[in-house]
Design a protein around this ligand. Structure first.
Ligand code: ZN
Length: 65
């Protein structure tokens, strides 16, 4: 249940709540707002996730590993 709720949240833009557009390659995937508010890139081979979040005032992507 919690996993499905989390997934639901992750698939929507936090700014406009539009459904994120997903795209992927063999070792890379991304979800992005169609209006460009929000973007998440996942590099599976590196175990790295990069979040482009408009609420981050520095403009520097959050990189988690
Ligand atoms: Zn948006």
């Amino acid at each position: 249940m919690f996993a499905s709720l989390k997934r639901l949240f992750e698939d929507k833009c936090p700014v406009c709540s539009k459904r994120l557009i997903a795209c992927h390659d063999s070792d890379w995937s991304a979800k992005a707002c169609p209006d460009g508010h929000y973007k998440v890139e996942n590099y599976g081979a590196l175990g790295v996730q990069i979040v482009y979040d408009p609420s981050n005032p520095s403009g520097t992507p959050n990189i988690t590993d």
